[in-house]
Design a protein around this ligand. Structure first.
Ligand code: CTP
Ligand code: CA
Length: 226
């Protein structure tokens, strides 16, 4: 399916997409975050809605206009994102984790704003966040749900080997692997990826608009659903 055509080939399908980047509170005014713009997730939501899907977009700290035709659920932290994804995934044909999830969060968020004391700053102790994608796969399999689950990964060095290892570790059906470094930056309008399948397939998507990559991902998801 090419952009601009209106074939509703995802009609009757429900999809859930996470987008953006989580923020992990340090105190009431500060957080640990990342540079994810949410643009790829929003492009996934727009294209799925244009193809007729019932779309829920779980957005973590994104400042973009709501995509036409999508229901938007807003979250802040990784724990909030995990709860929203577990709730929204019920009855979905496909779940796509395009959000950048903080791997760690502060053990506790200070109730009051942390002040300079003149002494050396206190270290921030971190604890690991739940692996949302792996959790969705585990609960799908234990509950025998029919659901296609897609992950994203940004890799450097041996991108394919790293991607294959991550796909196996996460247990998802498709992993969209972006090559980062070498001048590629967050927040850009274009994206390039190789989409790895658990069945051993690899589909190269050349540099182009994020909508084009989104459409290629939906093509691969639809093929699994048919
Ligand atoms: N992800 C997730 N929960 C986390 C971390 C990551 O659901 N706590 C998801 C991301 O949304 C993405 C995929 O897992 O779809 C891969 O994220 P990535 O950060 O590449 O994987 P990690 O397992 O965190 O590995 P790494 O040590 O390379 O960061
Ligand atoms: Ca990570």
């Amino acid at each position: 399916l090419r952009r601009g055509t209106a074939a509703p080939d995802l009609a009757g399908r429900r999809v859930v997409i996470s987008a953006g980047g989580t923020r992990e509170a340090i105190d009431p005014v500060r957080f640990l975050g990342n540079h994810s713009s949410g643009k790829q997730g929003y492009a996934l939501a727009r294209t799925a809605a244009a193809r007729g899907a019932d779309v829920t977009l779980v957005a973590a700290n994104v400042s973009l206009p709501d995509p036409a035709g999508a229901r938007v659920v807003r979250v802040g932290s990784a724990v909030e994102l995990a709860e929203a994804m577990e709730a929204e995934r019920a009855g979905a044909d496909a779940v796509v984790m395009s959000a950048a999830v903080a791997d760690f969060r502060p053990v506790a968020s200070a109730a009051s704003k942390i002040k300079k004391s003149g002494a050396a700053p206190a270290p921030i102790e971190l604890v690991e966040n739940p692996d949302i994608l792996a959790g969705l796969v585990a609960s799908r399999d234990s509950e025998r749900l029919e659901q296609t689950i897609v992950g994203f990964a940004a890799e450097t060095d041996d991108v394919i080997a790293n991607g294959r290892a991550k796909l196996a570790r996460k247990g998802c059906d498709l992993l969209v692997v972006n090559q980062v470094g070498g001048g590629r930056a967050f927040g850009t309008e274009d994206n390039q990826a190789v989409v790895l399948g658990a069945d051993g397939t690899a589909v190269d998507v050349p540099t182009g608009p994020k909508e084009d990559l989104a459409d290629r991902i939906w093509d691969l998801v639809r093929r699994r659903l048919d």
